[in-house]
Ligand binder design. Structure first.
Ligand code: FAD
Length: 317
């Protein structure tokens, strides 16, 4: 099923959600434990994030720290296939620029193609914590637009080895990321829109937004996109606050604001359980308003557990 077609054709707001692969050494059962409780809400798709390696520091007995590269969350291709075949649902694996050469990306895309997975979300990947700016691999993609172009080339049967004959064109449908509160590195919203339009012009068929907690930010963003000539569906991404420390962590990590009313409510909570309930109630309010505005879908970031998403979905779908 082509997700972009569904988003374009739907008359009612659809439901989708996103999973993180478990940390290395984890178990696929943790994925199923997240998916099972929310399958009854008939998601149109389940996204699976993709993760590059990170640098960790191993301390030696002499006190010296040795940097080591570790990919803490591998498994996106296998998890996507496991979910697709177990639940008979469309999956949208993410594919990233950071940490991968174009050839490695091509090989992952070939795996998805052979597995019958034809929907992707193409993103650049974050700047690693130990680096000041995003640096692509030599012969890697520098921005999401380059990744979209690589995927679209494969859709036309063009692989990196130009001498290949009789290649099979892939048939990927591509979503990309958008930022109602602007991407952290962007000098201003207009610059972000300029590059977002490039991604769409290159072949992206829909946009999924970064999380936001004030719907006005989303509505304004959609209006700005339309004024800029970006016409594809824009799916709001929602993440319920689930622990007290999110009040500082989420703005810092994702370059977003938490409205003062929400921040005050979370501050009043005596523990994480109360904060989780506040997060659910806030997300229900957000969701109801977005559904009333006829958004094509609500996309939820689960971050590993789904009891809160279940409560929200129960209240709004
Ligand atoms: P880009 O579109 O490349 O934009 C990055 C920055 O560069 C922006 O400031 C943009 O304005 C600017 N820019 C864009 N194109 C150009 C250009 N051609 N020249 C100069 N500047 C340019 N991260 C992961 O590691 N794995 C995931 O699975 C993942 N999934 C995500 C899903 C969603 C819905 C969202 C919103 C984010 C996700 N991220 C993920 C995080 C994402 O990788 C980061 O936000 C990253 O910093 C930017 O990705 P992008 O695709 O928006 O990049």
């Amino acid at each position: 099923m082509n997700i972009a077609d569904l988003l374009n054709e739907t008359k009612k707001t659809l439901f989708s959600f996103e999973l993180l692969p478990p940390l290395k050494g984890g178990n696929i059962k943790t994925i199923y434990a997240t998916v099972d409780p929310i399958m009854e809400f008939s998601p149109i798709n389940i996204n699976v994030t993709y993760h590059r390696e990170e640098v960790i520091y191993k301390k030696h007995p002499n006190g010296l720290l040795e940097p080591r590269k570790v990919r803490k969350r591998p498994g996106t291709v296998a998890i996507s296939a496991a979910i697709k075949y177990k639940y008979k649902v469309s999956v949208v694996p993410h594919i990233i620029c950071g940490g991968f050469t174009k050839e490695e990306t091509e090989n992952a895309l070939i795996d998805f193609h052979f597995l019958g997975i034809h929907n992707l979300l193409a993103v650049r990947g974050d700047t690693p914590k130990n680096e000041k700016e995003f640096i692509p691999e030599p012969d890697g993609n520098a921005n999401a637009v380059d990744l979209v172009r690589q995927i679209m080339d494969m859709n036309r049967g063009k692989y990196s080895d130009e001498e290949l004959l009789h290649t099979t064109p892939t048939k990927f449908s591509i979503g990309v990321a958008g930022y109602p509160e602007k991407h952290i590195e962007s000098p201003n919203l207009e610059s972000d829109l300029y590059f977002l339009k490039q991604k769409v012009d290159a072949g992206a068929e829909y946009i999924v937004t970064q999380m936001f907690f004030d719907n006005k930010k989303y509505f304004d963003f959609v209006k700005s996109c339309r004024n800029y000539g970006i016409e594809v569906p824009i799916v709001p991404g929602l993440k319920p606050v689930s622990i007290k420390s999110h009040i500082n962590l989420l703005p810092k990590t994702f370059n977003i604001d938490l409205p003062q009313v929400l921040a005050m409510e979370i501050r009043k909570c005596k523990d994480n359980k109360e904060a989780r309930q506040v997060g659910v109630e806030w997300a229900i309010k957000q969701s109801k308003e977005l559904i009333a505005a006829n958004v094509p879908a609500l996309h939820f970031y689960t971050m590993g557990s789904s009891d809160n998403i279940r409560n929200i979905a129960k209240a709004v779908f």
